[in-house]
Every structure is written in structure tokens, then in C-alpha cells.
Design a protein around this ligand. Structure first.
Ligand code: NAP
Length: 323
């Protein structure tokens, strides 16, 4: 496992990391999450991603208990959380990045995670109803108070990220150092086009999500929906149309043949493809079973095999279907 700088910041994160969306508190209890985090750690992962909203706080609680149980040195791992959607009802508790919500939310997350600080905190979505300077000041204050070390955004437009960065620059505040966008073989445009200027000009790093497009890029949806898969979870129904898309599944079939030639699984190929992008600091993987973690972490061995001709073949199989 290699460690990459989080954009222009000095923080080093493992090129592959592990997140807890959908899984912790739904598919994995404390024992299952412990197995998965320990397997990732054994493979060299130092970054574990979370969010306040995941399983309405339960995911942070589980991760907190796992971290306590595994008792790794605090300096050796990076934990994140994210704020926007909120987990209680009220005008200042949901769908906001206002100062009142943000400075309250961090306290709850730290309690659930049983930590004195998180390393990274993300504004989980943009908020059109709060001035960006109010959010920037609140994130700066969170860091000044020692509750977080670095901050960033998730799925913000390039224009909003640049605005936040320039506000921080103007007032000598802690700047956003990272964006967390979706990025996989079928979803590329934002990372490769819209954000192009953010990397060199502003030093923004990326921690990217859904490298397997929620499991589509494992090949498991080629013949329908397996009973133990994400698409079979009732509240994840919104993913079904994409996961069972015939053209995309046919393209995954082509990728499987390529993966076989390279001596790896299509999941490993898809994860390595994300990590191949030099603007990506860490590819956040997800897993509902420890065997998936072990399988996915081997993607680091596939990276050197992604020569230009292999990348061209991946493009030929999928580019027309990507957005
Ligand atoms: N910032 C954001 O808005 C945002 C949004 C989404 C995710 N994220 C972060 O990114 C992380 C990863 O996202 P993701 O979970 O969507 O990633 P993903 O890699 O696209 O999907 C992971 C899911 O695919 C299946 N899977 C994984 N490895 C497999 C394998 N080797 N063989 C077969 N199936 C496999 C598992 O689901 P099943 O076994 O249940 O089918 C697993 O939970 C999240 O945990 C979260 O931390 C952030």
C-alpha cells in the first residue's frame, strides 16, 4: 500500500481506504465491522471514512467501538465524518451547513466516535441557503477548537469549492484541502473535467467514493439481483435501475475478460483504475463482508498493470456509457 498526500496538505492517506456507508449498522454489526477494519488495516489502510448521517449516527457509534477495541495508536489512523443532512428534525438540524448546525454536529460525532478529534471533516453537500463564508468560518473554527484537523467538501461544484478556498485565503482561515466526489469507470466527468483546475491551482486532493459503482463493477448484477447484495436492500431501491442496466452489465462482461488476462478480478481492476488517476489521494472502498475487503485491497497489485493499452481497452468498453 502506498500513501499519498491529501492534495497540497501534508496529511498522508493510504491510496485505498474503507468507508461505512450502507454497511455499518445495516449489514455489519460491531463484530463484522471489526473484522473488516482489521483486514483493511492489515493491508495497510490508514483512512476510515464515515458520516453523521450513515445509519443515523449508528455507523459512527460502531466505528468508535471498533477503534476502541482495536486500540491502534491514534497517530496511525485517519478518521473522517461529514455534515449536512442531519439526524434530528428542526429548521437548523437538517439540510444545512449553517454555523449553528455545524458547530453542534461535531460534538455529537466526536461522542459517538469516542474521539477527541476527527482528522477530516467534510461538508457532505453544498447548501444554497447558507452563505459560503459562514460555512468557511464555521469549518475554520471547528479546526481552531481542535475538533478536526482538516476540512473539505463532498459533491460541491468546482465554482463553490474555489469560492470557499478564496474566502479562506482572503481571511487567513483554514482552507478546504479535499473534495469527496463519486468516481468510477462509469462516472468520470466531474473529476476529469469540471474539477480539472482545482488540483494544480488550489491544491485540492480527492478521496473518491463508490469505486465499484455500488457493486455493478464486480459483475454480480449480470444475471439479476443477488439476495445478499446492496440492490436487494429495500431502501437502496433507487440504485436498482443503474445496477441492472443491460448495456453497463455487458460492458462489465468485457472488463471481466480483460481482468482475467491481467490475472485479477474485475473489482480489483475497477478499484485500481480509480487509483491510477494521480489527482486521487485515496479511493474509498466499501464492503459488506471481510472477504470483499481482502479481495479489494489486492487492487494495489493491479495498479502497475494498467499500462496505456489496458486503459485504452477499458475506455473502449465503457467510455460511451460513462457520465
Ligand atoms: N461523500 C459521499 O456522498 C459518499 C457517497 C457514497 C459513498 N461514500 C463513501 O465511499 C465509501 C464507498 O462507497 P460504496 O460503498 O458505494 O463503494 P463501492 O465500492 O462502489 O460499493 C461497495 C459495495 O459493493 C459490494 N462489493 C464490494 N466489494 C465487492 C467484491 N469484491 N465482490 C462483490 N461485491 C463487492 C458490497 O455490497 P454488497 O455486498 O452489499 O452487494 C459493498 O458494500 C462509502 O462507504 C462511504 O464511506 C461517500
Amino acid at each position: 500500500m502506498d500513501y499519498r498526500r491529501l492534495g497540497r496538505s501534508g496529511l498522508k492517506v493510504s491510496e485505498l481506504s474503507l468507508g461505512s456507508w450502507v454497511t455499518y449498522g445495516n449489514q455489519l454489526d460491531i463484530a463484522g465491522a471489526t473484522e473488516c477494519m482489521a483486514a483493511a488495516w492489515d493491508a495497510g489502510v490508514n483512512f476510515f471514512d464515515n458520516a453523521q448521517v450513515y445509519a443515523a449516527g449508528k455507523s459512527e457509534e460502531i466505528m468508535g467501538q471498533v477503534l476502541k477495541k482495536l486500540a491502534w495508536p491514534r497517530l496511525r489512523y485517519v478518521v473522517s465524518t461529514k455534515f449536512y443532512w442531519g439526524i434530528t428534525d428542526g429548521p437548523n438540524e437538517k439540510n444545512t451547513l449553517n454555523r449553528k448546525y455545524l458547530l453542534d454536529a461535531i460534538g455529537g460525532s466526536l461522542k459517538r466516535l469516542q474521539l477527541e478529534h476527527v482528522d477530516l471533516v467534510y461538508c457532505h453537500r453544498p447548501d444554497a441557503n447558507t452563505p459560503i463564508d459562514e460555512t468557511v468560518w464555521a469549518m475554520h473554527d471547528m479546526i481552531q477548537r481542535g475538533q478536526a484537523l482538516y476540512w473539505g467538501t463532498s459533491e460541491w461544484s468546482a465554482a463553490d469549492i474555489a469560492q470557499a478556498w478564496h474566502i479562506a485565503e482572503r481571511h487567513h482561515l483554514h482552507k478546504p484541502v479535499v473534495e469527496q466526489p463519486e468516481y468510477n469507470i462509469f462516472h468520470r466527468d466531474r473529476v476529469e473535467k469540471e474539477y480539472a483546475r482545482l488540483y494544480g491551482d488550489l491544491g485540492i486532493g480527492l478521496t473518491t467514493w463508490s469505486p465499484l459503482a455500488s457493486g455493478l463493477l464486480t459483475g454480480k448484477y449480470k444475471n439479476g439481483i443477488p439476495a445478499d447484495s446492496r440492490a436487494a436492500i429495500p431502501r437502496m431501491k433507487f440504485l436498482v435501475e443503474d445496477l441492472t442496466d443491460k448495456k453497463k452489465n455487458a460492458a462489465v462482461g468485457d472488463l471481466e475478460m480483460l481482468a482475467r488476462e491481467l490475472g485479477c478480478s474485475v473489482a480489483q481492476l475497477a478499484i485500481a483504475w480509480c487509483a491510477k488517476n494521480p489527482n486521487v489521494s485515496s479511493v474509498i472502498t466499501g464492503a459488506s463482508k471481510v472477504a470483499q475487503v481482502k479481495d479489494n485491497m489486492k487492487a494495489v497489485d493491479v495498479l502497475p498493470k494498467l499500462k496505456p493499452d489496458v486503459m485504452e481497452r477499458i475506455d473502449a468498453a465503457t467510455a460511451a456509457l460513462a457520465d
